[in-house]
Unconditional design. Structure first.
Length: 684
């Protein structure tokens, strides 16, 4: 697993555990043995690199649930750091977690231009465990170390060079390491022999505030900050021991277990093999609709090197679509996400046209217009007439019946839903909707496209709202009933943020627009799907007061000119009046009562979705809620969280809530069966 080659008096150690060279126990043992063998042969220098496209992409997370196995990585790295012979990390690819810690223990670091470097352990609920929090600050200083470790930020080779993390960037890092001047090497100090970094209280305070905002409720970022900040005062050995204690404590925590669950669920989703791979690459795409969503989808496709035709229905709309697309490219350049060369390439790959005629050949056509069934149906009828039979046709609908839309195309087998989340170039989730007549090969194209775009694919069946929006509807219905019982928009939003949601339901609805929620309610009423218990608060806000959310400076909240929200006396008076009219006796509700009711209602809806075969697994539901709806990642997703409660506890809650609201609560048979068989939600 670690090869030793001799290039004159230079020992070249190559870590070879494909595909990512993960540091499982056998690899650590092989690396330690290779280091000792090489050092015993009086080398002029030792160069460490990785086989294939990775240097070392970190520890093997599958071992985190087991008892630690010797040799521990920090012991291996201590031997590397204490060698008198110069050591060079030739970073040929990803150097993440333990991989970067290997490089930090070396005297010198040379990286390939394509290399990515980082200590992302906080994303798995732990801190670096082999010296990262102590060696990195000694090399790059406190501010940069805090940014990388507390936020789990990954750097390009150039960024790493700019902050002094790598000493040089070379197209062939091994050749550069072999040819490095010995006198230059002799002037370099390994991190262990460098002085403690200078204190930066302002940087610590700023990162602490940012971490509190970004990582509400998470333990690992807080502990990482303490360890990095402490490196200014501690001897290296003291800091290393404290880091190791924190790592071992955190890796067995509930949060770390939940984060590992999501990590492995993401891996499974990205490597799904149950659907056929496309027999040809996806090279050309058509996007119909150049609004915010359509332009964002086109931008995401072009970034994946797909040639895009963005279609609008008239010249003015086409000009607006071109402006939106160009704005996304400009924004990406300003933020440093795109180089000038990449921006030019993306722009050259995208053409904006008027009309659905003469579109030419395409591998896939995606409709991304507003949620109007008749309009979408007409678009697909035209696409079916104008495109070759080999073109996959996809709708970006959030709620509409994919099977009914499929009736408007000549071959429903090549029709599917691709539910992108806004903004499409940022959000990682792609719900791939399987119609009743969608061919497996068509689903395979959807999954392949998700991979090309770097998204997490989840296959859903056909129902109103698919997986995510159906659960979201139940979430909002429950929140509205809590309003009638005595809560306020601000108390519900605060409770859900306290639980860990990115936003509460009412501030989120204000951001997306009350007109969108209103239109969806009207559609549900026309379809006969509206909840009979739904209170007309939203309708009153839109119809009588014209409150549409942030876009009108008034929705569930009032907004000042700077966009700051504040509770609305008008809205709260309206809630009280409608509650009284509907016969509700209002009372004070605690945060725990609000959270318990909302989360339990979401679990119930998720179980119904599983019973109906809309979702294939509880893992898929977890991925949808985490990546599409701001469910706290550190809770593992909705169904993982349900298992921390236990099925029996969920039944007890439903029984309690049904005593006051028998129409709104019943125990799904899936949960009844889990309790009877003493199984978990993960077994469902």
């Amino acid at each position: 697993m670690v090869r030793i080659e001799w290039r004159n008096r230079v020992a070249l150690l190559t870590i070879d555990n494909p595909p990512l060279n993960l540091l499982k126990a056998a690899v650590r043992a092989a690396l330690l043995a290779a280091i000792r063998t090489a050092a015993a042969s009086d080398p002029e220098r030792i160069v460490i690199t990785g086989a294939g496209k990775a240097f070392v992409a970190g520890a093997d997370a599958r071992e985190f649930g087991d008892a630690p196995i010797e040799p521990h990585l920090n012991d291996v790295l201590r031997e590397i750091a204490q060698l008198s012979v110069p050591t060079i990390a030739a970073i040929n690819g990803s150097a993440l977690g333990g991989g970067l810690e290997i490089a930090l223990a070396c005297r010198c670091r040379v990286a390939a231009p394509s290399a990515r470097l980082g200590l992302p352990e906080v994303t798995l609920g732990v801190v670096p465990g082999a010296g990262g929090t102590q060696r990195l600050p000694r090399i790059v200083g406190i501010p940069h170390a805090l940014d990388m470790i507390v936020h789990g930020r990954l750097l390009s080779a150039r960024e790493a060079h700019d902050i002094g993390l790598v000493d040089s960037v070379a197209s062939d890092p091994v050749a550069a390491a072999l040819g490095m001047d010995r006198n230059q090497l002799d002037t370099m100090l390994v991190a262990d022999r460098r002085p403690a970094p200078a204190a930066h209280p302002d940087a610590v305070s700023a990162i602490a505030r940012d971490a509190a905002r970004r990582a509400r409720g998470q333990k690992a970022p807080e502990r990482a900050l303490e360890l990095v900040a402490g490196s200014t005062d501690w001897d290296l050995d003291v800091g290393m021991n404290r880091e190791r204690e924190a790592f071992l404590e955190l890796r067995g925590s509930d949060q770390a277990k939940a984060l590992r669950h999501i990590f492995f669920a993401e891996r499974a989703a990205s490597t799904r093999s149950c659907y056929p791979r496309p027999d040809r690459p996806i090279e050309r795409a058509i996007v119909v609709g150049g609004g915010n969503m359509g332009a964002s989808i086109a931008y995401a496709l072009a970034r994946a090197s797909i040639t895009v035709t963005l279609v609008e229905m008239d010249a003015q709309r086409a000009a607006d679509a071109r402006r939106r697309f160009s704005g996304l490219v400009e924004q990406g350049t300003k933020k440093g996400v795109l180089t000038e060369k990449e921006a030019n390439s993306i722009s050259s790959l995208t053409n904006v046209v008027v009309g659905l005629e003469n579109l030419g050949a395409a591998d896939i056509a995606i409709e991304a217009v507003f949620e109007n069934f008749a309009v979408k149906k007409a678009i697909f009828a035209a696409l079916g007439d104008n495109l070759p039979p080999s073109t996959i046709l996809a709708t970006n609908t959030s709620y509409l019946d994919v099977d009914l839309l499929a009736e408007s195309v000549p071959e429903p087998a090549r029709f599917l839903g691709l539910h992108f989340f806004s903004p499409a170039h940022v959000m990682k989730l792609l719900e791939i909707v399987r119609g009743g007549r969608t061919a497996p090969e068509t689903l395979g194209v959807g999954i392949a496209l998700a991979r090309m775009l770097g998204k997490v694919p989840v296959v859903a069946g056909v129902c109103d709202g698919f997986i995510g929006n159906r659960i979201l509807t139940r979430y909002r219905q429950t929140a509205d009933i809590l309003l009638a019982e005595g809560a306020t928009p601000s108390s519900i939003d605060a409770a859900m943020r306290g639980f860990g949601m990115a936003m509460g339901p009412y501030e989120a609805q204000d951001m997306s627009g009350l007109d969108i929620a209103y239109a969806n309610r009207q559609r549900q009423r026309l379809d006969g799907r509206a909840d009979a218990r739904m209170l007309p608060i939203l309708e009153c806000l839109v119809e009588e007061h014209g409150r549409l959310g942030r876009k009108s400076m008034a929705g569930w909240y009032d907004y000042d000119d700077a966009g700051r929200l504040r509770p609305s006396a008008l809205v709260e008076d309206l809630i009280v009046a409608i509650s009284a009219k509907e016969g509700f006796a209002r009372r004070t509700l605690s945060e725990a009562q609000i959270v318990d009711r909302i989360i339990t209602s979401m679990i119930v809806e998720a179980c119904l979705i599983l019973e109906e075969g809309i979702a294939a697994s509880t893992q898929d539901i977890d991925l949808v809620l985490v990546h599409g709806y701001g469910f706290p990642r550190w809770r593992g997703g909705l169904m993982y969280h349900a298992d921390t409660l236990t099925p029996a506890c969920v039944v007890a809650r439903i029984t309690e809530f049904s005593s006051a609201d028998p129409l709104g609560w019943r125990v799904p048979s899936l949960i009844t069966n889990l309790v009877r068989d003493a199984r978990s939600f993960a077994d469902a």
